[in-house]
Write a protein that binds this ligand. Sequence first.
Ligand code: FAD
Length: 428
Amino acid sequence: MQPLGGAGEAALVPYAHNPDLIAEPRTAAEVVAAVRHAAERDLPIGVHATGHGLSVPLDGGVLIDTVHLDGLWIDPETRIARVEAGVRAGTLLEAAAEHGLAPLSGSSPSVSVIGYLLGSGLGLLARHYGYAADRVRALKLVTADGELRRLVPGDALFGAVLGTVGAFGVVTAVELELLPVAEIYGGQLVFDAELTGPVLDAWRAWAATAPETVTSSAGLLTYPDLEQLPPFLRGRSVVSLRIAFEGSAAEGERLVAPLRAAGATITDDLRTMPYAQSGSIHREPPEPHGYAATNAALRGFDADAQHALLAVTGPDTVVDIRQLGGALREPGRSGAAIDFREAEFLVRVITAADGPGPVPALDAVRTALAPLTLGHQLGFLYGAADAAGEAQTRAGFSPGTYDRLAALKAEYDPAARFRATRVIVPER
Ligand SMILES: Cc1cc2nc3c(=O)[nH]c(=O)nc-3n(C[C@H](O)[C@H](O)[C@H](O)COP(=O)(O)OP(=O)(O)OC[C@H]3O[C@@H](n4cnc5c(N)ncnc54)[C@H](O)[C@@H]3O)c2cc1C
């Protein structure tokens, strides 16, 4: 246990945790000791892995930094990876690739594998294989009473942990199924933002008949004027289409032809690549930033929704629209707390967070998309700490799921010691 001073990247984030103590455990037993230390003194507990998904900041109490829980083992025979809490997605990608295997990773290689899984894990090949959380075969959880539990599918707490982003304790390790995916066809088509309307029209029409072996998204953003960016992107507003497809280059080229025809591209890096390079597709910044974000799981994304979204977003916002459907509709084998599986699109909007309090641009997005909104995904909510209360968590689930989670919270964390994350109020 160390005195305050080593929270690493969290210091970059305006909603930084403000703990009394920081624990940097190297083993699950040391996590147990840190949780018991907090429990004996009635202190709240927060968990920090990379700082990529900070929501509710910890005020006092014990922050458990998982950076030294860096164990990673892969069994190529069973295709199972055992991953500890500090391991980043990029590290797992590279290690799995040595065996011709791949995790169902998402757009950013720099998030932690476990933080990603606890928010559902919407991966680059999601339409083909479903949510990454549904591939977890076992996990180790230290609950608020300081007990280390091994949980498997079928245990009520197992499903509750996957989808609630740390609300039930510290996950020290997971056993995760890998897939025999060595290569994909993918990359980005980037167009000037002047073409936003026609490019999104073309993508929506294309997505309606795209096979489930292709997962795609559209992004709207303005690149900062930074030297490390290629000159053709510096300070430029763009609309991009991101593709990940499991198939040959020839099939991929045929598939994306209607998207290429949407207009003149600024760059086009669609190609066959080793899956280990898939983290380059979205070109996301590796460092955590002070984001505030909202998202909406939509029953459809039609021309009206597109128009309404574009009317309330602009150069100050980053928009990411992901096509869902395919295998994401299936209930999943893990019992993970993931609802709205019938959603066809997920619209995410991110903006810089310069302090706590409501963010008008994000409120406007929620209002604009309300007619088609089923709910939202908890794994894609950052910042806006004032908004990160029970109502926000409820909107992540159907009422029945939330009630089940609140009952489990009362059983396993009645004092809500794990409250510096998605808020679940223990059922009274
Ligand atoms: C650039 C970027 C791209 C992203 N792309 C995707 C994507 O494609 N698909 C997707 O599904 N998500 C994506 N996300 C969301 C990301 O998966 C979540 O923000 C995730 O929670 C980040 O986890 P972290 O541990 O890296 O971050 P942190 O900020 O360290 O943690 C985030 C939350 O997870 C909790 N947590 C982390 N580790 C543990 C643990 N071991 N035990 C208990 N609680 C823990 C923390 O308490 C905190 O509440 C993206 C995020 C970013 C910033």
